[in-house]
Write a new protein. Structure first.
Length: 100
């Protein structure tokens, strides 16, 4: 794999959370903890700035990609090998039992 991969949706989500939860230089540190509404608004703003939708979590299919294509590729390869083996066995069996 290349070392310079584009960030995934999960990486963007984690970065938006970190930006939303980190103290800003504009706000004084003594302002106290943020309320839930302020925190949600800050997360939504950070997500919008990074290009993520406001729904929060990325879809499961993005975080955990399916292995279905890989499985189907191996399934068809196995079928091909079994078919070739069956044809080879039938040809051998025919020569053994029915050759003159």
């Amino acid at each position: 794999m290349s070392e310079q991969q584009s960030p995934t949706a999960w990486d963007k989500f984690v970065a938006a959370k970190r930006r939303a939860l980190s103290p800003d230089d504009e706000q004084p540190a003594a302002s106290g903890p943020m309320s839930i509404d302020e925190l949600e608004r800050a997360i939504a703003e950070a997500a919008a700035a990074s290009g993520m939708p406001e729904t929060g979590m990325p879809p499961r299919a993005v975080v955990h990609p399916s292995l279905r294509k890989s499985y189907s590729k191996w399934f068809y390869r196995t079928l091909l090998v079994l078919f070739a083996g069956l044809v080879g066995f039938l040809i051998w069996w025919g020569y053994e039992h029915y050759s003159i």
